[in-house]
Design a protein around this ligand. Structure first.
Ligand code: F6P
Length: 327
């Protein structure tokens, strides 16, 4: 069967995520396999506006699966939000002879791709964000590595908190979502986990679990706070005020976005990159590659953008049970 595209571009946009490079590699190698040319667009949609591009071939992407970050750089493009910016990007596509673009990123990236599709360019999105906050997919590239990085840091913190009999407030990323915080909290056996999807009752959710742990002889505590909940330093002040515990704040920040991807992120990113090219080759456009129940499927981009992702209620219930709440 003849491919529906001859030459395509691939870009990464928004916050970077471990595994993006593995997806780029898979896009390039699947293109080679199908006889499609692949051009790497640097700096997200800005690269499409400015023609910042290079041809990528099979050997240029060797060894990329294990590399964190993105070799194509990433950016959030303000100019691309304007129709003037979009028209410039379309002109670049014409100049470079691109009939398709694959974008790896979050919802903002998919919005950009959808805008591009209105000008007749075929587009496919791949979910790449450590936040795992994309509704149409159970998995996003980078989430697994970010969880593991956070856990590794928190395990280290537990050692020193134990030695000094302290309370640790750890802020994890996640943008406006609490998926990362919930997963990390569950994995590290936190005393309390606060996420933006659920109302926070400070006394019940933080102080009571600490008191119960204290009565049982525990002398150090780990409170995990999703960045979307609010100010972790104010939270620590409150804990100090109410319990007189020596309390320290650690904001894990961008550490969570770096590092070599886990096996899960490498393999899923590779599969998603492969699927994205196959979709373009089959003549599909305006789709997002997703993973649901371990299967890779695709969704209409617009539909995907209107879907809302709630927190995993089962995991939330398990977490509350583990910390002795919610009876
Ligand atoms: O979306 C990924 C993410 O790391 C969020 O968790 C965080 O809120 C945001 O990006 C940070 O963005 P920046 O790198 O622009 O500070």
């Amino acid at each position: 069967m003849e491919n529906a595209v001859r030459r395509i571009g691939v870009l990464t946009s928004g916050g970077d995520a471990p595994g993006m490079n593995a997806a780029i590699r898979a896009v390039v190698r699947t293109c080679t396999h199908l006889g499609i040319e692949c051009v790497g667009i640097r700096r997200g949609f800005n690269g499409l506006i400015n023609g910042d591009a290079e041809v990528l071939d099979y050997y240029k992407v060797s060894g990329l699966s294990r590399q964190g970050g993105t070799i194509l750089y990433s950016a959030r493009s303000e100019e691309f939000r304007t129709s003037a910016g979009q028209e410039k990007a379309v002109n670049t596509c014409k100049l470079l002879g691109l009939d398709g673009v694959i974008g790896i990123g979050g919802d903002g990236t998919f919005q950009g791709l959808h805008a591009l599709s209105k000008y007749g360019i075929s587009v496919i999105g791949i979910p790449g964000t450590i936040d795992n906050d994309i509704a149409c997919t159970g998995y996003t590239i980078g989430y697994d590595t970010a969880c593991n990085t956070a856990i590794e840091c928190i395990d280290k913190l537990q050692d020193t908190m134990q030695s000094h009999e302290r309370c640790s407030v750890v802020e994890v990323m996640g943008h406006r979502a609490g998926h990362l915080a919930l997963y990390v909290g569950l994995s590290c056996g936190a005393t309390a986990v606060l996420i933006p999807e659920k109302p926070v009752n400070f006394e019940e959710d933080v102080i009571e679990p600490m008191r119960r742990a204290r009565l049982a002889g525990r002398t150090h505590y780990m409170v995990i706070v999703a960045e979307g909940v609010g100010n972790s330093y104010e939270m620590a002040d409150k804990i100090r005020e109410i319990t007189a515990m020596d309390t320290r704040v650690t904001v894990l920040g961008h550490i969570q976005r770096g590092g070599s991807p886990t096996a899960r992120d490498r393999v899923n990113a590779t599969h998603m990159g492969y699927s994205a090219v196959m979709l373009l080759a089959e003549g599909k456009t305006d789709r997002v590659v997703c993973q649901q129940n371990s299967k890779f499927i695709d969704y209409d981009i617009n539909e995907a953008l209107t879907m809302k992702k709630g927190i995993d209620e089962d995991k939330y219930t398990v977490m509350r049970t583990m910390i002795g709440q919610g009876r």
